[in-house]
Design a protein around this ligand. Structure first.
Ligand code: BGP
Length: 475
């Protein structure tokens, strides 16, 4: 291969509705579980919320103009369910659909491929209140109806669909760690809701294929590859248990249609495994075959060590950005995640490991044999404006190294469709407020008119796109 990425490679960037749009009660929009959660005392960093966010809802033309200036090939964004269906089902709000037409048309007119995430965590509050949202199988019918509205409305314009964003994260944080709505700590409920997400993915993929819409469809999983801390057999066993109960568990049900046997048996023995109905098996296996691609959100790797039955449990995350607060976290009897001396860490103690991305891509490609889209990758940092500039060389280094890792993975035979950074503009971090920034475009949240300022990384990524990655691959 020449020292460039394939010509049709999608160098893009991503966002999610709640994190950028704002306008949370405008044009008939209904409330989501996040609109409620952020107002409960103590749930988010310093009580930050997405009521206004970057005001993307009103500044969509300006944001698209910046994307065009950069030369972005793809923009991944999500659709707010309650803009379209304020009560979660039934009455359709036309103004919501019009907003997304405006966004999609604007992207297409500027040569930017829209990549649509159907669900990025903002469940209609009405469905949570009525039947517990993801806790009930009723979610499948409501989700399918929502997805069908989107397919019918946008299928001529949108070629790439991501059904769910990080189902493993929103169920874990919502049902085990009580950090996301609805704030529960119940392992069995986590596994049950995760199973329901897999069913939603499966039925929506089936619907898409059976109705013959054109385009490609997948879902995006947050994937954290894991290494054993040492070659001691106990650490190696901890790594295996991590794969069986985390990585293979979350991936296989989506992309093979069944759970890994050791992992499922482990949860069953504990009385925690979800019920699998005979019809579930059928649709899960069928749709796994129909799924066109695997979306991967990659931020970091994990290093795993032995954790005895009386070992440590799950710990909260660093949400303050005070570096050096890495805390071991684990499941007693399975594994514990430890600090990796060989790696550098971000201010929020996330391991920086570009080679982990190559490793993850190769293992996923070998296990599932499907094309992969990196739907998120990026570095959260405290950026500062000085004399009108944001010098985020650390982010440039981070992205350059991860792009190199993508190239290496392609050379190792991975069918990689594209790479979307997280994120295009700065935006709301669910638990870390506005101080944890990821964008190429700085948003000054202190000022009422939310000015946008191009960071150094903006010009770097512009060059990445212009040279199709060549500027990262030079020795
Ligand atoms: C992913 C989510 C994104 C985004 C990102 C960064 O898990 O899909 O929505 O928030 O992580 O995470 P954070 O904002 O917690 O640093």
């Amino acid at each position: 291969m020449s020292n460039r990425f394939p010509e049709n490679f999608l160098f893009g960037s991503a966002s999610a509705a709640y994190q950028v749009e704002g306008a949370y009660q405008e044009d008939g929009k209904g409330l989501s579980i996040w609109d409620e959660w952020v107002k409960l005392p103590g749930k988010t960093f310093q009580g930050t919320n997405g009521d206004v966010a970057t005001d993307h809802y009103h500044r969509v033309e300006e944001d698209i103009a910046l994307m065009k200036e950069m030369g972005l090939k793809a923009y991944r964004f999500s659709i707010s369910w309650t803009r379209i269906l304020p009560e979660g089902r039934g009455r359709i709000e036309r103004k919501g659909l019009e907003f997304y037409h405006k966004l999609i048309d604007g992207l297409l007119e500027n040569g930017i491929e829209p990549v649509v995430t159907i669900y990025h965590w903002d469940l209609p509050l009405a469905l949570q209140k009525e039947y517990g949202g993801w806790e009930d199988r009723k979610i499948v019918e409501d989700f399918k109806a929502f997805a069908k509205i989107l397919f019918d409305e946008f299928h001529k314009k949108v070629k790439y669909w991501i059904v769910l964003n990080e189902p493993n994260i929103f169920t874990q944080l919502g049902y085990v760690m009580a950090l996301h709505p609805p704030g529960m700590k119940d392992m069995g409920m986590y596994l049950k809701t995760y199973h329901h997400t897999a069913l939603v993915h499966a039925y929506v993929v089936k619907l898409f294929k059976e109705k013959g819409y054109e385009g490609k469809i997948g879902s995006s999983i947050a994937y954290t590859p894991g290494y054993a801390k040492t070659n001691d057999e106990k650490d190696v066993e901890a790594q295996r248990r991590y794969y069986e109960t985390v990585n293979h568990y979350i991936m296989d049900i989506y992309f093979k249609g069944k759970y890994p046997s050791w992992g499922y048996a482990y949860f069953k023995e504990k009385g925690l495994a979800p019920e699998i109905l005979p019809e579930d098996e059928k649709v899960l296996v069928e749709s796994a075959k129909m799924t066109d691609f695997i979306g991967i959100n990659y931020y970091q790797s994990a290093t795993l060590a032995y954790n005895g039955e009386d070992g440590i449990g799950l710990s909260d995350f660093n949400v303050s950005g005070e570096k050096g607060n890495f805390r071991e976290s684990g499941i007693p009897g399975l594994y514990r995640q430890v600090y990796n001396e060989k790696l550098k860490y971000t201010d929020w103690d996330w391991a920086i490991d570009p080679d982990g991305l190559r490793y993850a891509l190769v293992e996923i490609s070998e296990r599932f044999g499907k094309p992969i889209l990196i739907s998120e990758n990026g570095m959260g940092a405290f950026d500062e404006v000085s004399e009108g500039k944001v010098q985020d060389g650390y982010r440039i280094d981070y992205i350059r190294e991860h792009i190199k890792a993508c190239y290496d993975a392609i050379e190792e035979g991975v069918d990689l469709m594209g790479y979307c950074t997280w994120s295009f503009t700065d935006l709301l971090s669910w638990l870390n407020g506005y101080q944890k920034r990821y964008g190429f475009v700085f948003v000054d949240f202190e000022k009422e008119d939310l000015p946008r300022i191009r960071k150094d990384s903006f010009y770097f990524y512009q060059e990445v796109i212009k040279t199709n990655g060549e500027n990262c691959l030079k020795k």
